[in-house]
Write a protein that binds this ligand. Structure first.
Ligand code: PMP
Length: 359
């Protein structure tokens, strides 16, 4: 089996597996004051330190959560003022505040900066939520420029950096706040963090004890935090030659194929590609039968395939968006995986078009 769905989740890198396995020997609640509690607390705080060090930030800025969904919910629900978000956010942003104002993107998937400025002019002191890297297309947003605009209108920029870690470099210290998710960069599922550099008044989402400085009640996920702390390090830019090979391979066999976001800055592990006249479902099934796991642009949690709101927001017609799939690579992807992927894609394209007499 070949796994090419790293944007959905990454396999856990060996260093993180090892650290987690060792942490299983630890017993004790990190909030307990006795020896066992203190030992567990040390493990938790060392994981927090590792996360903070990766971003060049103090450990106190890091609040552990169950992942990026919770972290995004925490800030969006916890903030009582006006919220603006781009049209291409993840569902964990789009489905939280029904009163949020949507900022459009252009045909390349980049947030419309003029529209943002206009909206902020009318709604200063807002919370603006933008994802740094789009999970479906890999398109990178101009975060530094967005930040400048937000600052001009006294607004707090929150960056959903779930798909950014290891893929792009941001001035993390300059971001007022951002969210990360361990399972997108080689750590386990069920752990993430919200990192707050510029304090803002927030009410907590989960009430209970005083863990995580009162911002997130509940006994912390120690094993998860240890795994996340040990997961940093893979440099996705090493995947660039594989991405070029994959995209050239597909475009050479079918010049009508479209790589969405190709003219924008994109991360090196994501290719969202349109195959003329073949639906995402058919493509997914064909790949699965050929032992390759890929994704439609937006596989929602129910497992159903729906038309991508990201592609639609980029002005791509529904009929075209319905024929897109996402191929995403990571630390364990090989050249042979990519060759196999090109062969399976080409084979399907040729067979479908032959059957439909499209040649
Ligand atoms: N934001 C983005 C951009 C994502 O890609 C994802 C995961 N698909 C999330 C948020 C949610 O992350 P988690 O699975 O940690 O809740």
């Amino acid at each position: 089996m070949i796994y090419l769905d790293y944007n959905a989740t990454t396999p856990i890198i060996p260093a993180a597996q090892k650290a987690m396995f060792e942490a299983f020997a630890c017993l004790g609640n990190p909030s307990s004051v006795h020896h066992h509690g203190r030992e567990t607390r040390k493990l938790l705080e060392s994981a927090r330190e590792k996360v903070a060090t990766y971003f060049g930030l103090p450990a106190r800025n890091v609040t552990f959560t169950s992942g990026a969904t919770e972290a995004n919910n925490l800030i969006l629900k916890g903030f009582k003022g006006i919220v603006l978000n781009s049209a291409v956010e993840h569902d964990s942003v789009l489905n939280v505040r029904s009163d949020a104002i949507t900022v459009p993107v252009n045909e390349d998937g980049i947030i419309n900066l003029e529209a943002l400025e206009k909206l902020l002019k009318a709604n200063d002191e807002s919370l603006v939520c933008v994802l740094a890297v789009n999970n479906e297309t890999g398109v990178v947003q101009p975060i530094a420029e967005i930040l400048q605009i937000c600052q001009k209108y006294n607004s707090h920029l929150h960056v959903d950096a779930a798909q950014a870690v290891g893929k792009i470099t941001l001035n993390w210290q300059d971001l007022p706040s951002f969210t990360i998710s361990a399972h997108k960069f080689g750590g386990p599922q069920g752990i993430g963090a919200i990192i707050i550099n510029k304090p803002l008044t927030l009410s907590s989402l989960i009430k209970g004890g005083g863990q995580e400085r009162g911002l997130r009640a509940g006994t912390e996920n120690i094993i998860g935090a240890v795994g996340m702390g040990a997961a940093f390090g893979f440099d996705f830019s090493t995947l660039k030659p594989l991405q070029e090979k994959l995209e050239n391979g597909i475009l050479n066999s079918c010049p009508q194929a479209i790589i969405f976001g190709k003219s924008s800055e994109r991360v090196t592990n994501t290719t969202n590609v349109f195959m003329p006249n073949v639906s995402s479902e058919v493509q997914l099934m064909h790949f699965d039968l050929n032992k390759i796991s890929i994704s439609s642009g937006a596989a929602c949690s129910s497992g159903k395939v729906k038309t991508s709101h990201v592609l639609r927001a980029m002005g791509i017609p529904e009929e075209t968006a319905k024929c897109a799939v996402r191929i995403s690579t990571g630390w364990n992807t090989t050249e042979s995986d990519v060759n196999q992927c090109i062969a399976v894609w080409t084979d399907l394209f040729n067979s479908q078009h032959f059957k439909k007499g499209i040649f």
